[in-house]
Design a protein around this ligand. Structure first.
Ligand code: GLU
Length: 561
């Protein structure tokens, strides 16, 4: 038997398995070996059976074992994988951006930021960083009914967490006089009128493409009504300022839309006012006055872009360059601010960072790093096609970041405490990180009883305790009898014994691993107590963020495998 050929197939099988996080594919492995080592092409026929054997071996290993074995045998092949994982993250160029841009992220302070906001803010941020310029955080708080006073701080914290390169912060509620002034000017230009029709009546006329009587008022009449609005002579719902658009516009939502209205309750948390602009007016005015050159926002804003265009045209302003990206469905988490708020109120969720929510603070709690969110959003890009958000991709991007940092530990969920007959007293030295020996080892002493994960031993006749020895399991009904079965890795391999995590029964810390689907109770290594607020890898389980260590108990949140 030619060892070099088997060895080659073995390391490429490992590389293939590590790369795809699954059992290796025979065809690909053989193809890779022949591609890199053409000297074996004349023996291509021998490869099949040898490949079959090594692939079965690699298939039986855990992902962590495959990786550490590859690291041992061919570190350069492992390195190759991390290099190819580095995506080239380049989005299409923006027209007219060569000399720098001014862009904005314009959230409503109605709750903390979620994944939908992350996309808008990261895409705009990307272009500001690429072309240079200014990035305005514009807090759009002109609807008192949708302002949560606590959201101002939450939005700022989330923006900081995301690492957005904000250069200016603007609160629209500080700019009411500017909107009032421009509203008056728009009336003077004949571009707007004050409408006192019943909303229902206006709607009927609008759907028929007909003008309401107010549209015929003179500029003077409109100015007088506008002044009366400002003087508090009208009540909420009685009156609105409308932008004159096109009454036969194919999209009825664009016909003479509202620009200003009265909101008397609740009171605004920052300003004492009752006349407020609606989004299309304040957004158009601010995009112009703040010198915004490019706007990247979702397709759901296309009708707004059309509405806002009228304001630019009346004033003779040059509109920014707009890009509208497709919708992004996000499954598995709650995203609606009202849904989240109600759930928090009723006790269904623990708070805005409950792991069932799609807020950035919930994702952070689960050990997802801001750069992973950024890379995932840039992978999604600014395409117009509707897509669904890929959690798998977010996890893969996060793994690239946390894998090199996270220390490794054992966590034994749903443990059984057992004595292993005939086992020698042993110390296991498990590395804190398989590819960074400088971090040292954890020492686990196997003297008396040990804890094993119930699900891993059930129905098995042999397991290998990682970094320790093999254990034979005999079953007496439901009762396992465990005995020492030597140290040979080959024996474990030939019996297809899984290599499992374990803990000394006397050195353990209670640990709860919280996941969206429920929590796992068990024990972890005592050293995990030093990892609060960091992401660790629980070997064979996955990455988790250590949320708290209190009263001798660890509470961890599962991130991903
Ligand atoms: N505040 C609005 C929103 O969050 C404005 C968005 C925009 O024009 O980009 O939907």
């Amino acid at each position: 038997m030619d060892n070099s050929l088997e060895d080659l197939l073995y390391i490429y099988a490992l590389q293939n398995a590590v790369k795809h996080e699954s059992a290796p594919k025979s065809g690909t492995v053989i193809g890779t070996v022949l591609g890199k080592h053409p000297e074996f092409r004349s023996r291509a026929r021998e490869l099949g059976p040898i490949a079959g054997k090594v692939i079965a071996e690699v298939a039986a290993m855990t992902p962590a074992e495959r990786k550490s074995r590859l690291e041992e045998l061919a570190p350069e092949l492992l390195a190759e994988l991390t290099e190819t994982h580095e995506h080239i993250r380049e989005l299409p160029a923006l027209e007219g951006a060569e000399n720098g841009v001014v862009m904005r992220f314009a959230p409503n302070p109605s709750g903390p930021l979620h994944l939908g906001h992350a996309r808008a803010s990261i895409l705009n941020d990307y272009y500001v960083k690429r072309y240079g310029g200014r990035y305005v955080l514009r807090i759009e708080d002109t609807d008192p009914k949708r302002v949560d006073p606590e959201a101002y701080d939450m939005v700022r914290e989330d923006v900081e967490w995301l690492g957005l390169g904000i250069t200016d912060i603007v609160y629209q509620s500080d700019r009411l006089d500017i909107y009032y002034d421009l509203c008056r000017k728009l009336i003077e230009l004949g571009g707007a009128y004050v409408c006192v029709c019943e909303p229902e009546r206006f709607r009927e006329l609008k759907l028929k493409g007909k003008a309401c009587p107010c549209r015929e008022q003179t500029v003077e009449e409109n100015l007088e009504l506008w002044q009366r609005m400002l003087d508090g002579e009208f009540y909420e719902g009685d009156v609105t300022v409308r932008v004159k658009t096109d009454l036969t516009h194919p999209d009825p939502a664009i016909r003479d839309y509202s620009a200003m209205r009265i909101v008397s309750s609740p009171p605004h948390p920052r300003v004492d006012a009752t006349v407020f602009p609606l989004m299309n007016f304040s957004v158009a005015v601010d995009d112009h006055l703040l010198g915004i050159t490019h706007v990247i926002r979702g397709k759901d804003h296309i009708a707004n872009t059309r509405r806002q265009r009228y304001i630019f045209d009346y004033f003779g302003w040059k509109p920014p360059v707009y890009r509208h990206y497709g919708r992004m469905g996000i499954s598995g988490v709650v995203l609606s601010t009202s849904g989240m708020r109600e759930g928090i109120k009723s006790g269904l969720y623990t708070g805005w960072d409950d792991i069932h929510l799609g807020t950035l603070r919930a994702i952070a709690r689960r050990g997802i790093e801001p750069d992973a969110v950024r890379n995932a959003m840039i992978d999604i890009g600014i395409g117009e096609t509707d897509i669904s958000f890929s959690w798998e991709n977010l996890y893969a991007r996060n793994k690239e970041i946390v894998d090199p940092k996270a220390n490794r530990y054992f966590f034994v969920p749903d443990p059984v405490e057992v004595t292993i007959e005939g086992a020698p007293h042993r110390e296991a030295h498990a590395s804190l990180h398989p590819s960074d020996p400088s971090r040292g080892v954890r020492t686990l002493v196997a003297g008396g009883k040990v804890l094993l994960p119930r699900a891993e031993i059930e129905g098995r006749s042999m397991v290998r305790l990682k970094d320790l020895y093999n254990v034979r399991i005999a079953w007496d009904g439901d009762l396992p009898h465990l005995s020492y079965a030597g140290d040979s890795l080959d024996d474990a391999r030939s019996e297809k014994a899984p290599i499992i995590q374990w803990l000394p029964a006397e050195a353990k810390l209670p640990c709860t691993l919280l996941q969206q689907e429920g929590s796992l109770e068990g024990f972890c290594e005592p050293r995990v107590a030093e990892e609060a607020d960091r992401v660790v890898q629980f070997e064979r389980i996955g990455f988790a963020r250590i949320d708290s260590v209190e009263g001798g108990r660890v509470s961890a949140y599962f991130a991903h495998r």
